[in-house]
Ligand binder design. Structure first.
Ligand SMILES: [Fe+2]
Ligand SMILES: [Fe+2]
Ligand SMILES: [Fe+2]
Length: 258
């Protein structure tokens, strides 16, 4: 999904299911099934809350499928408690195939980039609204910069409400450009040192952002455009896509010596 919390929880649950195999061919450990049920319950609640809060699509089908999954796990627990010999392989196959279908068909719709653009990126009021959809690279300086620039872009909403002047809008664009230039410089120094294979594409993407922001700034300065929710959405969307793809791939989970 490229959403850290959800992807991480999916990985933990897949690991829990795979671990069941180690216990033997027949399910004997009710506590393992219970732990899986409880973990899934918590994960589903988190997902539903996020979907509901942001007005993302597919809430009804999510609730329905989550409910069915939990009910099936409860029925497994009941059967084992009643002394039935359930095959681990059967349960494992059901859970993994349910899981793969659900992630690809249902979660993929709720958290599709187009769904996020129409909801989160359009209406985020704060970093807290935006942050769940931004992956951490694990490099403090880079993650802190991502937060700071995101906050500058998010601030446009307040300016829109306050009907800020053209000069104030241009000043904000100048601040974003200055911050982005120094952030990109920092990242590009690391890219150059590491000889990352996609370094050139990554740098092109940075250049594209600067051109986009410069164009918005110029259009506002010369009254061809005024600050709008759509501009803010496009910047937040670019930023999320860039961080989650380029930055995460280049800097995430890396041991950097610099
Ligand atoms: Fe889900
Ligand atoms: Fe970045
Ligand atoms: Fe970058």
């Amino acid at each position: 999904m490229r959403i850290d919390t959800i992807d991480g929880e999916h990985r933990v649950m897949t690991g829990m299911v795979l671990d069941m195999m180690k216990a033997g061919d027949v399910v004997t450990r009710i506590d393992v099934l219970r732990a899986l049920h409880d973990y899934a319950d918590e994960h589903f609640c988190g997902e539903e809350t996020l979907i509901e809060y942001h007005g993302l699509p597919g809430l009804d089908i999510q609730r329905e499928q989550h409910r069915k999954f939990r009910a099936i796990l409860v029925s497994y627990i009941d059967q084992v408690q009643a002394g039935e010999r359930l095959s681990v392989a059967g349960i494992r196959q059901f859970i993994l195939s349910w899981w793969i279908n659900h992630i690809n068909d249902v979660d993929a719709v709720s958290f599709a980039p187009s769904a996020l653009a129409a909801t989160v990126f359009l209406s985020a009021d704060s970093w807290e609204d935006y942050a769940p959809f931004i992956r951490a690279t694990g490099i403090d300086q880079i993650d802190a910069d991502h937060r700071s620039i995101s906050n500058l872009i998010i601030r446009m909403k307040e300016m829109l409400h306050q009907e800020a002047s053209k000069e104030e809008a241009v000043a904000l664009f100048d601040e974003i450009l200055a911050f982005a230039r120094s952030h990109f410089k920092y990242e590009e120094a690391i890219l150059a040192d590491s000889g990352a294979p996609l370094g050139k594409l990554h740098m092109d993407s940075h250049a594209h952002f600067l051109v986009m922001v410069e164009n918005f700034r110029g259009d506002i300065l010369f009254d061809r455009l005024s600050l709008s929710e759509n501009i803010r959405k496009r910047l937040l969307e670019w930023w999320a896509n860039h961080i989650n793809q380029f930055d995460y791939d280049a800097f995430g989970c890396q041991e950097l010596t610099s």
